[in-house]
Design a protein. Sequence first.
Length: 322
Amino acid sequence: MSWYRNTVWFVKGLREYTRGGYESASRRFNPADVEVDVAGRSFLVTGANSGIGKDTAKEIARRGGTVHLVCRNKERAEVAKEEIVTETGNQNIFLHIVDISNPKEIWKFAEKFQNEHKLNVLINNAGCMVNNRELTEDGLEKNFATNTLGTYIMTTALMPLLEKAADARVITVSSGGMLVQKLNVSDLQSGNGPFDGTMVYAQNKRQQVVLTEQWAKTYRNIHFSVMHPGWADTPAVRSSMPDFYERMKNSLRTEAQGADTVLWLAVSPEATKLPSGLFFQDRQPVPTHLPLAYTHSPPEDEEKLMEMLEEFSQKFKSVSPG
């Protein structure tokens, strides 16, 4: 059925995920939803030196929020920070250099962060799509390490801080590509069979949806959401999907359009009136499965994913310096 899922997803994408889809959806948006003063609230954005992450951070800064940029590349991150401060006039922008594919670094960062800062909103935006199987220094497949395990550790490590916060929220930037994948807990690091980076990425994004649903059940005083930004013209898309970019570049959303729902979920009072754990596109909840796609997974597989990620997580926590 994979041909069916891929075809339905692509047709749906042409209709809804492009710039035209955003322009159509935005006609029903209420601009007042994001005209919010968030001074005094603290936001952490991973992967914030470019693309959707940077645009989200900039818009939060424009609304007075304290913004923590978590980035891997120090040079690019410093340029992004300077740009955000200059354009918004907000001086409360802090920079943290962390590689989200390195679980030991995340644990070390989170421990230090909890001792020095407060946190109201975590935005898990960092991600990667590596098209050939590549291992990190810890022996982890790079896409899994960044997109799934990195997101899991960052969120769970900061959970004690979020649980103490008022109106705490966690937003994870996923992808509509997850619609073509059924959760697979038997090969989390894609070591079996041919390696297809696009499908590995889509599987990771399905895993993020499951994580969000599971966290929402466990942590009732935090609002969790996961979202699809549509097909946006970002540096990541240009570098990881060059053929797709060439074919679609004239129809792709801007970075600001891709970031719109992230911002809405992060700042709008309207977002938390909806149940925790939902998957969003263009400011509204949408189904997590295509019709007739057979991508639903049994509850025991979803529980198994959480157990396996916790095992990975604790393994790297135990050897974390500091």
